[in-house]
Design a protein around this ligand. Structure first.
Ligand SMILES: *[C@@H]1O[C@H](CO)[C@@H](O)[C@H](O)[C@H]1NC(C)=O
Ligand SMILES: *[C@@H]1O[C@H](CO)[C@@H](O)[C@H](O)[C@H]1NC(C)=O
Length: 303
């Protein structure tokens, strides 16, 4: 019976083998095409290992900030302490970012405005001639009479003009400046990068951005720690702990390297903020006959 059944349907048998063969071939072709495409599909979601976050420092060794900013979608960048407007132009140029730049020293304003205009990026950069802190009002401000630092700066005042200065008051002019808080300018926006260089008053500038920081709306915060320029260096430890409460991790931009502390041991790779500040506070760096102590930059981000 079985024999005759087999013998009776040779054609149908042949057909079903052909269909099976076709199906097998189609499956094989599908897998061949899929595996060829898979590498392409995967490369679109390639995972990377990035260099260390120090390359996001505004200055210092291994800073690749403009290259990294160029990879980001245009966003909002805040530049506190314009000095000559150079950083603001650099940020706007590196990827069409919108930049708000702040500098309270009146004698620097025209040079900053000129630099912005000459850059051809005036549509992206807004300049505010105000000081930033953790309150709104007015304050005394000290502007150097001498031109120290960058020789190209053709206006009076240096990069060391500040709310207070550690040296002889005869070397400075006392002026009054308008003081505002960063939150007022950030409003409800997200900030891609915030640079602060406020000569000993960086902590207060950041306390003035408390709303944006609490709401984790600032991706990267770069500021200076200068224990010799601030009336009480413990404010930096307070600031770093406060940032930590909101999930920010802070990386040193200069000091570990300078002191030969990098990569020595696990303890040195991470240091309690109080130890870090008191170590920096014990250094020596003379300027205008005063020990202004060494300074460094921090880059803080939400990892
Ligand atoms: C601003 O910050 C300083 C330093 O932490 C603090 O002593 C002061 O009380 C703050 N001022 C305001 C108005 O929050
Ligand atoms: C910083 O150093 C000064 C002496 O230069 C000292 O009086 C002060 O207590 C130190 N502060 C901290 C936080 O280490």
């Amino acid at each position: 019976m079985a024999f005759s059944l087999l013998g009776s349907t040779p054609l149908r048998k042949k057909k079903s083998w052909l269909i099976l063969l076709k199906v097998v071939c189609l499956i094989a072709i599908f897998f061949l095409v899929y595996s060829a495409l898979r590498d392409n599909l995967r490369s679109k979601k390639q995972a990377y290992i990035y260099g260390n976050p120090l390359s996001l420092c505004n200055t210092g060794y291994s800073s690749n900030l403009e290259y990294i900013l160029a990879l980001r979608k245009p966003g909002l960048i805040l530049d506190v302490g314009s000095f000559d407007g150079g950083d603001a132009v650099r940020y706007a140029r590196s990827g069409g970012h919108r930049v708000l730049t702040f500098e309270p020293v009146p004698s620097k304003a025209s040079a900053i405005i000129e630099k912005i205009q000459n850059s051809g990026l005036g549509h992206l950069i807004e300049f505010f001639p105000v000081a930033l802190s953790n309150y709104t009002g007015t304050a005394d401000f000290y502007v150097s009479k001498t031109k120290l630092g960058k020789k190209k700066m053709k206006v009076s005042g240096t990069e060391q003009d500040a709310f207070t200065v550690p040296w002889d008051k005869l070397l400075v002019d006392k002026i009054s400046v308008e003081v505002r808080e960063l939150d007022e300018f950030i409003k409800f926006e997200n900030v891609l990068y915030l640079k602060v260089d406020a000569q000993g008053y960086d902590a207060q500038v950041l306390f003035g951005a408390r709303k944006a920081i609490r709401e984790k709306r600032i991706s990267y915060i770069n500021f200076e720690i200068s224990p010799g320029l601030t009336p009480d260096p413990t404010v930096y430890a307070e600031l770093l702990s406060w940032l930590g409460e909101f999930g920010y991790f802070c990386f040193d931009c200069k000091f570990f390297k300078e002191q030969g502390l990098r990569g020595k041991s696990e303890n040195i790779l991470k240091m309690p903020v109080e130890t870090f500040i008191s170590t920096l506070n014990q250094t020596k760096l003379l300027q205008r006959g005063v020990n202004v102590k060494k300074y460094t930059d921090m880059i803080c981000t939400l990892l």
